[in-house]
Write a protein that binds this ligand. Structure first.
Ligand SMILES: C[S@@+](CC[C@H](N)C(=O)[O-])C[C@H]1O[C@@H](n2cnc3c(N)ncnc32)[C@H](O)[C@@H]1O
Length: 264
């Protein structure tokens, strides 16, 4: 069955003008994000907790638990149809903002924030292996109380607005443009106050991905490239490459988790 490239009718929510791409792939504003199907995405990627995601979640959990974070304004950028990056922030957050552009994802997020589906319970159980998480008796009610869904582009994030943040599979997976990939990282880190802890995940080696019958672009990245982009703006960095098990659509794809603190 033919795949339909998801560009040509972009929802154009960013106020930032598109930058032409040397390689010819679509820039972020050219992608039809309104065709992103959250149900297909969740079903394919998160309906069963994979060992690789469990490993990433444990590391993010331990990182935030050891970060001396409390009563924080937290943000997850490009949340899409994934709740697991926000779960490790829950015990330490006063407010938790989940940001995206796609109307379908924003609707999905609003429903999940109100009362999240049972598929996220195994993810929370991983968090609850640590006492600071286990102490939170009702994570569902907590997310409903402090979660807020925002329609905002990563390129339009306000400066120094949050004290902790996550951004999973976004900078690498929102266009085919390296300049936009770098700007997305810069805007994410700049949205956090100086010295804020953050966790960001990247799909290394990806040229794009399928959601239902739609094809979305990616920037093909290597570990050194991501490390160089982030090291310019952060410190206390830790890089963990996780090989998907079982392999994802393509054998050479790996996931890179980066944790650290933002520079001033
Ligand atoms: C590959 S998905 C990642 C979703 C989720 N964070 C995860 O971990 O699976 C990329 C997400 O970025 C969102 N997105 C695309 N352009 C964006 C932009 N300019 N600002 C913020 N989010 C954007 C898409 O709607 C989609 O939800």
């Amino acid at each position: 069955m033919a795949l339909v490239p998801a560009h040509g009718a972009g929802c154009g929510a960013s106020t930032t003008p598109a930058v032409p791409v040397a390689g010819g792939g679509p820039v972020n504003s050219e992608v039809a994000w309104d065709t992103f199907d959250p149900q297909s995405y969740v079903q394919k990627n998160y309906s069963a907790l994979r060992d690789d995601d469990r490993e990433i979640l444990r590391r993010v959990r331990d990182f935030f638990a050891d970060s001396d974070l409390r009563d924080a304004r937290c943000v997850d950028v490009g949340s899409g149809a994934n709740l697991y990056p926000v779960l490790p922030l829950l015990p330490f957050a006063r407010r938790l903002d989940l940001c995206d552009l796609a109307p379908s994802n924003l609707d999905w997020l609003a429903r999940q924030v109100e009362c999240y589906d049972g598929i996220w319970d195994p993810y929370w159980q991983v968090c609850a292996e640590r006492p600071s998480y286990a102490a939170l008796a009702d994570p569902r009610a907590r997310l409903a109380a402090i979660g807020r869904v925002l329609r905002i582009s990563v390129f339009d994030l306000p400066r120094h607005a949050w004290n902790a943040g996550t951004m999973f599979f976004v900078a690498c997976s929102i266009s085919a443009d390296r300049v936009e990939y770098e700007r997305a990282i810069g805007r994410f880190l700049d949205a956090l106050c100086p010295d804020s802890p953050f966790a960001a995940a990247f799909m290394l080696g990806s040229r794009g991905y399928r959601v239902g019958q739609r094809w979305f672009p990616a920037v093909e990245l290597g570990r050194a490239e991501v490390a160089a982009t982030i090291a310019a703006r952060a410190y206390e960095l830790d890089f963990r490459e996780v090989r998907p098990d079982p392999p994802l659509r393509d054998e050479h794809l790996t996931m890179l988790l980066v944790t650290g603190r933002t520079s001033g």
